[in-house]
Every structure is written in C-alpha cells, then in structure tokens.
Ligand binder design. Structure first.
Ligand code: NAD
Ligand code: MG
Length: 359
C-alpha cells in the first residue's frame, strides 16, 4: 500500500493507494478518533459489486454499518438525495464522531461528502473512490457539492476527508467508457504539470486501457500527487488551482450544449483540451509538435478530439460567457505553453475568442 500525503495543516490526510486494499478499510478507519456507528453511502450499482467487501472490512475492525443507498447517475446528485440521507442519519443516531464512508464514483462522493460536511456541521468523512475519475480527481481536494436545477455543483462546500482509500482492483468492473473518461483527467495532469508523466503516459496508454494493475497504481499515485500539490498551494481556488480547469471551459460548454449525458465529463474535457491547445498554437504560445503529441495521446486513449458537428460556434461562445457569469468572474482559459506547463489567461478579448471558435 502506498501513501500520498495531502498537506493542509490540521486538515492534512493520507491517500492510500494499492490493489486489493479495500480489505484494509476498517483498519485504516480504526486509526482515526471516530465512533463505531458508521454510515456507508454508496449507489445501487456499486453496492452490489463492492458493498459486501467494504462492510466486511468495517465489521471485522469493530464498526457497525448502516448502508445509505442512493440511485445511480448524475440526476441523483441533488438536495433531495441529501435530504433522504439526513433522515437516515437522524434515524440511525449518527453523531459528531460517527464516520460517513462514501463508496462510489464522483457522484456518490460529491453528494455523500456534502452530507458528511453539513450534517451536524460536519462529521468524519472517508472517501473510497471506485471510478478512475474519482480516484484521480474528485475524491482528492475537498470539493463536495450537489447540483441545482439551474446548474451543476451550485450548492457545495470545501470539506476535506479523513483519508482516501483508492483500490485499483475496483476499476476492473468499470465500463471501458468510464475508464477512458478518467484518462482524460489523467492526461490533463501531464499537460498542466509534468512532461515526465505525459511521456510515461505515451509509453503506457495501452496498458492502462487494458487495466494493467501496476500501470493503474502509477497513474493514480502520480495524479494524486499532482492534484495534492496544486491543492496544497491553493485549497479554495484563489489562484493556482484554476490550472486544474485546463480543457474545462470548452468541456463544460460541450457537456451542457450537447445535453448532459451525451458526453461524459471526461469525453468533453478531452475535446476541450484539444481546443485549448489549438488556441494556444494560434496565439503563438505552444509549438505545433506539442499540440500533435497532446492530440495523439487523447486519440490513443479512445477519446474524441473534435467539437460536435452540430454545435453552433455562437452557442459555444455564449455558453462560455454564461459559465463566466455563473462563476462570478472573468472568462478564463488555461492554455498550455509546453507539455508540463500552462498559463491562466483571463485577458483574452471577446473578439479573439469569437474569431477563433468561428473559423
Ligand atoms: P459516477 O459517479 O456517475 O460513476 C460512473 C458510473 O460508473 C456510474 O454508473 C457508477 O454506478 C459506475 N461505477 C462506479 N464505480 C464502479 C465500478 N468500480 N465498477 C463498475 N461500475 C462502477 O461518475 P464519475 O465519473 O465517477 O464522477 C462524475 C461526478 O464527479 C460528476 O458529478 C462531477 O461533477 C464530479 N466531480 C467532482 C469533482 C470534485 O472535485 N469534487 C471533480 C471532478 C468531478
Ligand atoms: Mg474535471
């Protein structure tokens, strides 16, 4: 079992990474000053697959387990779902020391984490991410939220977990499309932070797609290490953390315009990373050979490069500005300068953006 530490002062926590380590969940939890009365939040799909393993490990370590099951899918990341979980927590006498363990992908992690952060103003919170996206991204960094009918992740807080346990064996049952989607965020870490990691991905992308255990451990470890570094420097997104949004300005627009569910988040981010890299080339910030490497790796990961044909450039640009308004800030593009280095651009003119996306 490998351990990456996220260093956030008194909110610091470890990320445990390995193959087959779900059996250690209870032992890891025992190290924390928590009570026995545990709420295990998961969704219907993941409960069938891994609920029994998680429950067994917790019970063997002396914890009492109540399952809090939510429906599968983004449409369940709502205040209504949180409300049902609060009812259950109340019924089961969850108190300030009771650990809430969240077993699932980013949807379960976000809504379960939101409940842990807000019930009794915060109870101990553990993340057991079960998708690649959750292991490399959503379980690390402390953002938890539910959606509002008018927008994604509108209602949320920053709340760091007590630990994250990432067992790559759980990824064996992941649908291939979900694995590829997670790889988009992995490729992102290479572009924004590490040329070495990007080069390693170029060597190992096929092994990853085939589910090779060692390769997956490497990817989860390096991704968490990079995300931890960024979050350590900027926990609440005052500055540097914005680099994690590389590919996301266009990505969010593609997701929203195509209708949520048509593209997975990772698929949309893959397209967004290519768009942002092409914009960087057009502005003379990135050389064409680096753009070709980014495009080639995204293609080899089985992800699309091109914006959907039926997407009107005007709608795309409008959507950027809508997003900008929602975020209460300026339109921001994270543009690569080379592989491993990006720049946060907030001062690109509207004319330039419109011209680029209209061509
Ligand atoms: P998800 O949670 O919907 O999981 C994808 C699908 O895989 C679901 O159907 C799920 O039931 C299934 N699944 C999960 N684990 C499985 C396993 N081991 N085997 C088989 N099937 C499994 O989606 P996701 O991509 O993990 O997460 C997306 C969510 O994460 C979005 O809501 C997004 O907003 C959020 N997110 C949050 C952050 C953050 O910092 N908090 C970062 C990125 C994304
Ligand atoms: Mg993302």
């Amino acid at each position: 079992m490998e351990i990456i530490k996220v260093d956030l002062g008194d909110r610091s926590y470890p990320i445990y990474i390995g193959a087959g380590i779900i059996s250690e969940l209870g032992n890891c939890l025992k190290k924390l000053p928590v009570g026995k009365n545990t709420l295990l939040i998961t969704n219907s799909t993941v409960r069938n697959l891994y609920g029994p393993d998680a429950e067994k490990s917790l019970k063997e370590a002396g914890f009492d387990v109540t399952f809090g099951e939510i429906g599968d899918g983004e449409q369940n990341k709502t205040l209504a779902t949180a409300g049902r979980l609060y009812d259950l927590a109340f019924d089961k006498e969850i108190d300030r020391k009771s650990p809430v363990v969240v077993l699932g992908g980013g949807v379960t992690g976000d809504v379960g984490g939101f409940v842990a952060a807000t019930y009794l103003r915060g109870v101990p919170f553990i993340q057991v991410p079960t998708t690649l996206l959750a292991q490399v991204d959503s379980s690390v960094g402390g953002k938890v939220a539910v959606n509002h009918p008018r927008g994604k992740n509108i209602i949320g807080v920053f709340y760091q977990p007590g630990f994250v346990l990432a067992d790559v064996n759980l990824l064996k049952t992941l649908p291939p499309r979900e694995l590829r989607s997670g790889l988009a965020e992995v490729i992102k870490y290479g572009v924004i932070w590490s040329a070495d990691f990007f080069a390693w991905l170029e060597e190992n992308i096929e092994a990853l797609l085939a589910g090779n255990t060692e390769a997956l451990i490497h990817v989860v470890r390096e991704s968490c290490r990079i995300k931890a570094k960024v979050v350590e420097e900027d926990e609440t997104e005052g500055g540097l953390r914005a680099i994690l949004n590389y590919g996301h300005t266009v990505g969010h627009a593609v997701e929203a315009l195509a209708g949520y569910g048509k593209y997975t988040h990772g698929e949309a981010v893959g397209i967004g990373m290519v768009s942002a890299a092409r914009l960087a080339v057009a502005l003379g910030l990135l050389n064409i050979s680096d753009l070709s490497r980014i495009e080639a790796l995204i293609r080899r990961a089985g992800l699309a490069l091109e914006l959907p044909d039926n997407l009107a450039p005007k709608d795309l640009v409008d959507s950027f500005y809508h997003d900008k308004k929602a975020a209460g800030g300026r339109l921001t593009f994270v543009l690569p300068l080379s592989i491993g280095k990006v720049s946060i651009k907030k001062n690109l003119s509207d004319e330039l953006i419109e011209k680029f996306f209209n061509q």
